[in-house]
Design a protein around this ligand. Structure first.
Ligand code: HEM
Ligand code: NAG
Ligand code: NAG
Ligand code: NAG
Ligand code: NAG
Ligand code: NAG
Length: 380
């Protein structure tokens, strides 16, 4: 049978679509009625969340741009988003190329493809799943826009995923404009040009720890001065600094054995390849040991800055928010994210409640040794 174009597109390129409610669409923040309706629609697809995979066994450098993982251009319907790391993994097949993945697939891919350290992989993945993913089907979209239009079946243009503003995704990104200006997930050449300019000015043409600190501070000041809706509180406060460090730790070829404090630097061709093209440079080797946010304290210490926001929709009106945590080693990030989850799911029932409890426990992982567990929905 030969399907006509639009139909083939619906059935073949959006495999997770389920009777008008894509099975990766988040239920976060839906009214109780809509949550119930979604649960009914997806009832046949609900899963019991499996435990996250452990650390990888061989954790040294290796060729990751190999024959089994060629870069491929996007097909119609493939989803990409604001994270150059996950975009690259999807475009090389370490993640499903359609951009929809389970937590286990994400944790495996970031470790295998970039040597991201296990704790950071688990924490980022479950934080994202809890606020942006579908907790019934255990699927997370690394972007969120469906390219599909038209009334049948009806679907909103935005279906959650990592593009969702103000829960995980946030302002003052290195290469993506603030949501206030429109198109969050897209690479923004104007911002990349600024990154190049800062790398020229402070790093002899390379992004290094000095550039990371200067550019991070610049981005914050720029958002204060231009975005009346600028918000810079947990978790965005932490992820903004963290991502400035990821860029140095994970995008530099692992055969380079320098450390961030020992002069490690990223050339701009490689940066462009990841940020714009979601593509490993030829012959790319992952980091030589598990890593993530090394150097983040130095980046923060260069320009100490507290969480806050521009109040009353006014530019240059940044007021600190003492209720937002700001200590990287504390429990604030954990407790604050749990509060955000409760705000999105005030009264979950059935399988949704069960899966929230299970995934909150997985998210608690790296905090377990130092923080008290929050149990907003009780125990199983
Ligand atoms: C472990 C799972 C991961 C999740 C859930 C995740 C999620 C995200 C999200 C939601 C953003 C957007 C934040 C924003 O700018 O508003 C982001 C940005 C970013 N991510 Fe990831 N990420 C993950 C892993 C990685 C990895 C492995 C790398 C590097 C290899 C990476 C590098 C970055 C960078 C550099 C940015 C900043 C982009 C920019 O500011 O323009 N991430 N990530
Ligand atoms: C990397 O693997 C080695 C050898 O198995 C192990 O001793 C080390 O703890 C691992 N490093 C990390 C950060 O997991
Ligand atoms: C790119 O970012 C700049 C600086 O934030 C912003 O002024 C501009 O509108 C953005 N361009 C697009 C196409 O989003
Ligand atoms: C404005 O800020 C609020 C609160 O941080 C946020 O919920 C909303 O999505 C923002 N809107 C835009 C367009 O950035
Ligand atoms: C970054 O590069 C600049 C220019 O080469 C250099 O002066 C600076 O010390 C470097 N920063 C670090 C942390 O190595
Ligand atoms: C890095 O590798 C070079 C060449 O293989 C070696 O000479 C140097 O001692 C290494 N440096 C570190 C810090 O391991």
């Amino acid at each position: 049978m030969r399907l006509n174009q639009p139909l083939a597109f619906l059935f073949l390129s959006i495999p997770h679509l389920c009777r008008g409610f894509p099975s990766y669409q988040s239920l976060a923040g839906l009214s109780e009625r809509d949550q119930d309706a979604a649960m009914e629609k997806l009832s046949g697809k609900a899963v019991y969340p499996p435990s996250p995979p452990g650390p990888i066994v061989f954790n040294g450098t290796k060729l990751v741009h190999d024959e089994d993982h060629p870069w491929k251009p996007l097909r119609k319907g493939d989803i990409r988003g604001p994270c150059p790391g996950l975009n690259t993994l999807a475009s090389h097949g370490y993640l499903p190329r359609d951009g929809v993945a389970t937590p286990a697939q994400i944790i495996t891919a970031v470790q295998e493809g970039f040597n991201m350290v296990h704790g950071a992989a688990v924490t980022a993945t479950y934080a994202a799943l809890l606020v942006d993913g579908n907790l019934l089907t255990n699927l997370l979209s690394i972007g969120g826009k469906t390219k599909r239009t038209g009334p049948d079946p009806p679907a909103p243009a935005i279906v959650g995923g990592l593009n969702t503003h103000d829960v995980f995704e946030g302002d003052a990104s290195m290469t993506r404009a603030d949501a206030f200006f429109g198109d969050i997930p897209s690479f923004n050449q104007t911002l990349f040009d600024q990154l190049v300019e800062f790398s020229n000015r402070y790093g002899d043409g390379y992004y290094n720890l000095t550039v990371a600190a200067e550019y991070r501070y610049h981005l914050i000041q720029q958002s204060i001065a231009t975005n009346p809706n600028f918000s810079f509180v947990s978790p965005r406060y932490f992820t903004a600094y963290g991502e400035s460090a990821f860029t140095l730790n994970l995008f530099v070829d692992g055969r380079d054995n320098t450390t961030v404090l020992g002069g490690r630097r990223l050339d701009m061709d490689t940066a462009l390849s990841f940020f714009r093209d979601s593509r490993f440079p030829p012959d790319f080797h992952r980091a030589s040991r598990p890593t993530g946010t090394d150097g983040v304290r130095e980046i923060m210490a260069a320009y100490p800055f507290k969480p806050g926001r521009n109040l009353d929709g006014k530019i240059n009106n940044y007021i600190e928010d003492p209720t937002s945590p700001s200590d990287f080693g504390g429990c604030g990030l954990y407790e604050n994210l749990v509060e955000k989850v409760v705000a999105l799911y005030p009264n979950p029932k059935g399988v949704l409640r069960r899966n929230l409890i299970i995934n909150l426990r997985f998210f608690y992982g790296v905090f377990a040794s130092r923080c008290e567990e929050a149990l907003p929905y009780g125990k199983l």
